[in-house]
Design a protein around this ligand. Structure first.
Ligand code: UDP
Length: 255
């Protein structure tokens, strides 16, 4: 790990130069932050689980026709990804009210939304990731109108796919955050692909039967059982950190 050139260190991951041009290695840490870095801690084993969970979900999304930056998992904490230019917009999809939308509109947590709602946030830690509109995105040049169309349609397809996948393992996908990147091919053609990660760090997942929170809200709200919740998500997806990729059994349907 130490000889490789570090490209970027974020809150939960480190990016290193990859083995071939146009690739990066994404290293998953156990560090966790919440409330725009005000709360910091570690969740033992989180990096290993998120590496596996994100690998699994990215692979399933690829099969479903969603282009992603994911190439392959390298080891317990690392995956090889394509180098992309990250669009500085966080796309949040919400199905049930939780978190910031409850405060903003005085909605009780757990209220189903009239339809899935897509929101955009400007990816800027200093500003605390403010909520933005399409107007801000195009006026400030963060993404073009066709890129916004792509992010919107891909995010809704991802929501449909993941909602079904999680429901099959007894979890409700309450909301989640996505990031996209620009991938440049040999002819300098550019297309948007799903980037970053999909894991319980950036999703809200509630148990269908008990509404128990199975995501980073356990850390944010000091609910305890954080490691166990991430492990349970991995277990229900049929992923065990010890097993090799060919051993992945896939989700087990809950009756
Ligand atoms: N989220 C995230 N990173 C952020 C902000 C939000 O991954 O910087 C995820 C969060 O885990 C949740 C969804 O996006 O699944 C919506 O978050 P919300 O706007 O409710 O903010 P929060 O309550 O997390 O501050």
């Amino acid at each position: 790990m130490s000889q490789r050139r570090k490209i970027y260190e974020g809150k939960a991951k480190v990016l290193f130069e990859g083995p071939e041009p146009g690739t990066l290695v994404q290293y998953f840490k156990d560090d966790a932050t919440a409330f725009n870095n005000v709360k910091k801690g570690t969740i033992a084993g989180k990096g290993v689980l998120n590496n596996r969970i994100s690998e699994y979900l990215m692979m399933r999304l690829t099969e479903a026709g969603i282009p992603t930056h994911f190439i392959r998992r390298l080891n317990m904490r690392e995956q090889l990804v394509r180098e992309v230019e990250i669009v500085p917009v966080e796309v949040v999809v919400r199905n049930i009210a939780a978190g910031s939308i409850c405060k903003r509109f005085n909605i009780e947590e757990g209220t189903p939304l009239p339809r899935s709602i897509v929101e955009y946030y400007y990816k800027n830690d200093e500003l605390g990731d403010p909520l933005i509109s399409e107007e801000h995105i195009t006026a400030f040049g963060w993404a073009t109108p066709p890129e916004i169309d792509d992010m919107l349609s891909m995010s809704l397809r991802i929501n449909d796919f993941l909602s079904g996948l999680f429901l099959g393992i007894g979890l409700k996908l309450i909301d989640f955050k996505l990031e996209y990147g620009r991938l440049f091919d040999e002819n300098e053609q550019v297309r948007l692909v799903l980037a970053d990660e999909i894991s319980p760090d950036g999703c809200r997942l509630w148990d269908v039967a008990t509404n128990e929170k199975m995501d980073k809200d356990r850390f944010r709200r000091d609910l305890g059982g954080v490691e166990e919740a991430y492990q349970e998500v991995a277990r229900r997806l049929g992923i065990l950190p010890e097993s090799e990729p060919q051993d992945v059994k896939g989700p087990t349907t809950i009756q």
